[in-house]
Design a protein around this ligand. Structure first.
Ligand SMILES: Cc1cc2nc3c(=O)[nH]c(=O)nc-3n(C[C@H](O)[C@H](O)[C@H](O)COP(=O)(O)OP(=O)(O)OC[C@H]3O[C@@H](n4cnc5c(N)ncnc54)[C@H](O)[C@@H]3O)c2cc1C
Length: 469
């Protein structure tokens, strides 16, 4: 239960005002009269640095000194005619998406971080048939929405907007490192920007537990780094909309029309910064072990395996290049390829032959990532394509390098893509369509690192500046 204690006195006008406001909104609270309870007085004084200020209201353990009705509305999720409570967690991307939706639309909501409020866990599990699904959002105590898309929230709250009339100088598609950096630079150049993000702001870096190669931070969590970038973009005035999946772009006269899953937006220029997705093997154990034994980025996570035995899966250029890089500081590298011969360039194949801590396993299909008794990584179960014999190759961790899939399918036919689907650019990140720029991991030739993506965002912003000149 949400706990509210209101410390006040009958003669105090602000206490009466706060009590009336809670009553009008059918919110239960415990009134503690400080004139009748010495302990209560001492508590109020302790909270307010020795001062006896009332009302002092404690909501779920957090105190508010003489909050006005607007503050109470924002803390308790009270809106005109309805109230919203969001049960979620700070680390949950879908919770951030829903919270951002409410923020974007100026809607108050009460956020209950379930890890800090044990009482909330049974409420969430009861509403979800025993499962701990978040966000679980309750509107007016009767509508329950679990992991809703923004469209469901819009329908539940009867928000009817199908068009955003404002024409932005730049619309940035994708709110990762590249998109956020473009907006920071463009806003500082006095260009109005809107970032449209289909999931949650922060992109792939937000999903990374620890980043140790972003200049200026010896080690920083992905969410912390991306929160800072988001904050910086907002400070310079960027508008951000999450839960907006761009499905089509077209040009009419001098304006680009960007259609999302919910409505249309208008921009005089566009930046495509939709990133890319690591190709998965889609075998048992993979999802469970990603990040704790199974990785996709040697530059990012290789250092955790210094002097350890690792497995590399793949047989193309990136598998060999990264395998050779890892062999420089790992005890051993076992490369598993499903083909009879590597498909990488001769340069890598020759180099590989001269490195004695690399073993190769050709013509083997990776069947499963095997966990040890404590659920950690144990090895990869492989099958010989000819003999059909299976065995588990044990190691401390594995890296999968079987390619990146650029998130560009929606732009096919609108801008030029290369044969792998990456957006081709020239000069200042210009695509084949004037006024449309590309930055970050979705661009041909991208290095797939956070620092590189931010640099590409800077380049795109210079392209925008030149375009408007
Ligand atoms: C597990 C993992 C660990 C990593 N570790 C490191 C590391 O330690 N150091 C490092 O430098 N790099 C690391 N990287 C790489 C780094 O995260 C990327 O290079 C960087 O995030 C690229 O930024 P970006 O802005 O180009 O793309 P992304 O971060 O991928 O952002 C693109 C955004 O666009 C959104 N989007 C996609 N399609 C649409 C659409 N149609 N409409 C609206 N929005 C859309 C996506 O939801 C996403 O938020 C790691 C990557 C992964 C996956």
């Amino acid at each position: 239960m949400i706990q509210i204690q209101l410390y006040g006195a009958d003669w105090c006008p602000d206490c009466r005002r706060a009590k009336s406001y809670l009553d009008e909104n059918n919110i239960d609270y415990q009134f503690i009269d400080v004139d009748l309870d010495k302990e209560a007085t001492a508590k109020v004084e302790a909270i307010n640095n020795g001062k006896r200020i009332i009302p002092t209201i404690i909501i779920n353990g957090k105190s508010y000194t003489n909050p006005d009705n607007a503050k109470l509305a924002s803390v308790l999720g009270i809106n005109e005619g309805y109230r919203i409570v969001v049960y979620g967690a700070d680390w949950c991307p879908d919770c951030r998406k829903s919270k951002a939706f409410f923020d974007d639309n100026g809607i108050n909501y009460q956020y209950i971080y379930i890890e800090e409020n044990d009482w909330a866990v049974p409420i969430v599990t009861k509403l979800n048939n025993g499962k701990r699904k978040i966000p679980t959002i309750i509107i007016n105590d009767d509508i329950v929405l679990v992991e809703p898309e923004n469209e469901e929230l819009r329908q539940a709250l009867k928000i009817d907007e199908t068009k955003e009339e404002k024409v932005y100088d730049t619309i940035i598609i994708g709110g990762g490192a590249a998109g956020l950096t473009t907006s920071i630079y463009a806003q500082r150049d006095r260009f109005s920007t809107l970032i449209l993000e289909k999931k949650t702001i922060g992109g792939n870096a937000f999903l990374t537990e620890k980043i140790e190669n972003y200049p200026g931070f010896t080690s920083i969590s992905g969410p912390d780094l991306m929160d800072k970038m988001e904050e910086q973009a907002k400070t310079y005035g960027a508008d951000i909309k999450t839960g907006e999946d761009v499905i089509d772009i077209r040009k009419t006269d001098d304006v680009f029309v960007i259609k999302t899953n919910t409505k249309e937006y208008y921009g005089k220029s566009v930046v495509l910064s939709t990133g890319s997705t690591y190709r998965l093997l889609e075998i048992p154990g993979e999802q469970e072990l990603i990040g704790s034994g199974v990785h996709f980025c040697a530059t990012c996570d290789g250092a955790f395996y210094r002097d350890k035995d690792i497995i590399v899966i793949g047989g193309g250029n990136s598998a060999l290049e990264e395998g050779i890089f890892l062999a420089g500081f790992c005890k051993s590298v076992s490369i598993i390829s499903r083909d009879e011969a590597f498909t990488a360039s001769e340069t890598y194949i020759e180099k590989l032959a001269s490195i004695n801590n690399i073993n190769t396993y050709m013509n083997k299909t990776s069947l499963e990532f095997v966990a040890n008794d404590s659920g950690g990584f144990k090895g990869v179960k492989v099958e010989d394509n000819v003999t059909k014999e299976t065995k588990v190759l044990e190691a401390d961790g594995a890296f999968i390098f079987i390619g990146l899939i650029p998130n560009t399918e929606k732009f096919d036919g609108f801008v030029e893509l290369n044969d792998k689907g990456f957006i081709t650019t020239t000069g200042l990140a210009e695509t084949s369509v004037p006024g449309v720029f590309a930055a970050g991991d979705c661009r041909e030739g991208a290095i797939a690192q956070v620092a590189a993506a931010t640099g590409e965002g800077v380049l795109a912003s210079y392209g925008i500046r030149q375009y408007f000149k």
